[in-house]
Ligand binder design. Structure first.
Ligand code: ADP
Length: 436
């Protein structure tokens, strides 16, 4: 407020008081004259205050009072504060409207969850995909509204790196991927995406691979049978021997690929978790070692150390496939003067299998990709050894179904160690098995 308005108001009051005092002194009513002027001044200020209060109460509809001096400055100041507030309010409303438009345009559903997993807000698509109701469902815990067991398990697990896929409540044909993202202080965002199309495409791909490999198997068996018969025919023209051997090798390779594709399809088609036969790992490994020793091309030494006679709960066929694939690889990728060491042991963390070799090893850059289908570090070498390029994919899938993990350590040119770690709940002491 300008100092000049105050000086002027003060000067005017003093001037009026002096004039009143002079008039009172001349007329002999000094006190009365001064009191009258002061009372008038007070009444005037009360009236201004009253007008100001009335305007402040109805400032949306009323024009501001036309004051001058100090009161005029007060009105101008109030107007300025009011306009600034209006401006910020409009900005916030505008930002909020933009945010609402944006979240409506996002094809995914978005739900904001509080620290107690209670719903604080959701967009239109979340309401549609999860059948949430505006207002009614605010404040409700999310697990009370999305009751699919897979989602409840996902919530409790606390590991939200990957989304979980559940069927929609309103249509079991619709698949939704639910992904939790933590932010702020205990806040979480639930992103909901309709993945029906992806799931359908994936199912079509799996069906196609499974059907195609089954269809290929029978003609291949017939062709391989004739090639075998011809190759074993001693009366055959010697010039046919080499091409027939090559045909036999290629037919074997094709059979290996088809068999592995069928095995992979079977693993993908079966449920999430493997069964729980009590498998004697030690016995299985000694058979596999013997098979490895029976090969004509193999490393000089293939050793086996069974340090635990505990049983492993799992699918016998799949465990055989895991160990067989890893041992076959170790034998295949190790030169005759090398060695392979197989080991089975159990401790508090679970059951463990490892196979180490002193073979060709795998360069660091290939390690993250070797479990991909048809990924080969050295395609020429792998094909020559009859590899399908699917062995490690099968191992990875089968291990996942046993809640187990695969660990690969390798040094290019020096050798590799492939280890499988099974959880403790899948390990069973032999005494306990006998008691059952
Ligand atoms: P393949 O049938 O070609 O052996 P796998 O899926 O079993 O297919 O293995 C993928 C690739 O990983 C192989 O082509 C090979 O390059 C590499 N690999 C697997 N095991 C070993 C090993 N013990 N030593 C060196 N390389 C290996």
């Amino acid at each position: 407020m300008a100092a000049s308005a105050w000086s002027f108001a003060l000067a005017r009051l003093v001037g009026v008081l002096l004039a009143a005092a002079l008039l009172g002194w001349l007329t002999g009513y000094l006190e009365l004259s001064v009191i009258t002027v002061l009372a008038g001044y007070l009444v005037l200020n009360f009236m201004r205050l009253h007008q100001l209060e009335r305007w402040l109460k109805h400032r949306r509809t009323q024009e501001p009072p036309d004051f001058h001096g100090v009161w005029g400055d007060v009105v101008a100041l109030v107007m300025r504060i009011y306009r600034r507030k209006q401006y910020h309010k409009q900005r916030i409303v505008q930002v909020f409207r933009e945010f609402r438009r944006m979240t409506t345009a996002v094809p995914d559903g978005i739900v904001v969850l509080g620290p107690e997993r209670e719903i604080q807000w959701f967009n239109r698509n979340a309401a549609r995909l999860l059948a949430l109701r505006r207002k009614v469902d605010f404040g409700q815990r999310i697990e009370n509204l999305i009751r699919q067991p897979d989602f409840v398990r996902y919530l409790d697990r606390g590991d939200y790196a990957m989304p979980v896929v559940v069927r929609a409540v309103f249509d079991s044909e619709v698949h939704l991927a639910l992904h939790l993202i933590a932010y702020g202080a205990g806040q979480r965002l639930l992103i909901v995406r309709d993945v029906t199309r992806e799931i359908r495409l994936e199912a079509m791909r799996k069906d196609f691979v499974a059907n195609a490999s089954h269809e290929l198997r029978s003609p291949l068996t017939v062709i391989a049978g004739y090639v075998d018969t011809l190759a074993d025919d001693h009366g055959l023209d010697p010039s046919w021997r080499a091409p027939l051997e090559e045909m036999r090798r290629q037919a074997d390779r094709m059979r290996a690929v088809v068999d592995d594709l069928i095995e992979l399809s079977r693993l993908e088609a079966s449920g999430a978790e493997a069964g729980e036969d009590a498998v004697d790992v030690g016995g299985m490994l000694s058979l596999l070692r013997r098979e490895a020793m029976a090969q004509t091309e193999r490393p000089r030494e293939v050793s086996l150390k069974v340090e635990s006679n505990n049983l492993l709960l799992g699918s016998e066929q799949e465990l055989h496939s895991i160990f067989s694939n890893l041992i076959t690889n170790a034998v295949k990728y190790t030169p005759p003067d090398g060695r392979v060491d197989i080991r089975w042991w159990a401790d508090a963390s679970g059951g463990h299998f490892s196979v180490s070799d002193t073979g060709v090893g795998i360069a660091r850059e290939h390690l993250p990709r070797i479990t991909e289908r048809f990924y080969r570090v050295d395609p020429g070498r792998s094909r020559n050894t009859g590899g399908s390029g699917l062995g490690l994919s099968i191992v990875k899938h089968a291990l996942q179904r046993h809640n187990a993990t695969l660990q690969v350590e390798s040094e290019d040119g020096r050798g590799s160690t492939f280890s499988c770690h099974f959880p403790a709940r899948r390990v069973l002491a032999r005494a306990a098995a006998a008691a059952v």
